[in-house]
Design a protein around this ligand. Structure first.
Ligand code: GTP
Ligand code: NA
Ligand code: MG
Length: 291
């Protein structure tokens, strides 16, 4: 951090909750709201991660997570890479196992929770029941005299979405989030795949510094020279600063979700780190096999 200083950065917000409680619908609805109200380009969409502009003018980076019981590791990573967790609880279904799991991940990561009670449009919605159920998990929302910020929403009817964005911005102002953009980038791999046409593609959340085209990057046991950066609208961009989700083309192989990303000074160093980690992985696998 020799050059530059920490400046305000957008909050990274992970949406968590039980399966089918409406996380993706909520994010889709938010995207639409911002499209209608903001300028073109106010919204960026991506598989799992994108940025919107809140009605108060600030940017917010969202990460969607799956609610299915099988994806515990993904939720855990989501909670670790984030500043704020929005806990989506369906008003007709109430607190369910993965709601509780999400609370635990957020706590373990030391991340504040905002409660979004969704599906408030349904005739059988019982938001007060949700509030009292949350007490069993030591979450006391504001309307019950507690400190946890809350909002009743409907992704379907697009109710209170601006309010949710405002609450997120309020919470993030309290957190006073900053990062230094003037240094080599560091981040975390959100997902990665081997694309038929484009080769290995890694979706990365830049957390510090600025990632640039031609940077030499290492993530886990993979490395590469950044051939292209693609933002969450599918546009090629020259660089990506703190709290920005971006696709990286140019890796020699697909890293793993959760791998840390770093920029290194040259290819020799990148190869050295990647080779070392590859050997480590092999040794660990061999050790497991002999147990
Ligand atoms: P997973 O990612 O699989 O955990 O699910 P999810 O939490 O992303 O839920 P998803 O957005 O897929 O929504 C699940 C179902 O709930 C869909 O049929 C949605 O149309 C419906 N749904 C989501 N939000 C609302 C809402 O506000 N009101 C009503 N009535 N239905 C909703
Ligand atoms: Na679903
Ligand atoms: Mg979903």
């Amino acid at each position: 951090d020799v050059e530059g200083e920490a400046v305000p950065r957008p909050p990274v917000v992970t949406i968590m909750g039980h399966v089918d409680h409406g996380k993706t619908s909520l994010l889709d609805a938010i995207r639409h709201t911002a499209v209608v109200k903001g300028e073109a380009g106010g919204i960026t969409q991506h598989i799992g991660a994108y940025q919107v502009t809140s009605p108060l003018g600030g940017k917010i980076t969202f990460i969607d997570t799956p609610g299915h019981a099988a994806f515990t590791a993904m939720r855990q990573r989501g909670a670790r890479a984030t500043d704020i967790v929005v806990l989506v609880v369906a008003a007709d279904d109430g607190v369910m196992p993965q709601t509780a799991e999400a609370i635990n991940h957020a706590r373990a990561a030391g991340v504040p929770i905002i409660v979004a009670i969704n599906k408030i449009d349904k005739p059988d919605a019982k938001p007060d029941k949700v509030r009292s159920e949350l007490l069993q998990y030591e979450i006391q929302v504001e309307s019950l005299g507690g400190e946890t910020l809350e909002v009743e929403v409907s992704a379907k009817e697009k109710l209170n979405l601006d309010k949710l964005l405002e609450i997120i911005q309020l919470q993030s102002e309290i957190l006073d989030l900053k990062a230094n953009p003037d240094r080599p980038a560091e981040g975390i791999v959100i997902e990665a795949k081997l694309d038929r046409g484009r080769g290995p593609v890694a979706t990365v959340l830049v957390q510090r510094g600025t990632l640039k085209q031609s940077d030499i990057v290492v993530a886990g046991s993979e490395w590469g020279r950044v051939r292209a950066l693609i933002d969450d609208q599918g546009d090629t961009v020259p660089e990506a600063g703190p709290s920005t989700p971006v696709e990286i083309l140019g890796f020699n192989g697909a890293p793993e979700a959760g791998d840390r990303l770093a920029v290194v000074e040259n290819e020799a160093r990148a190869r050295e780190i990647a080779d070392y980690r590859t050997r480590q992985k092999r040794e660990q696998a061999a050790a497991r096999a002999t147990v």
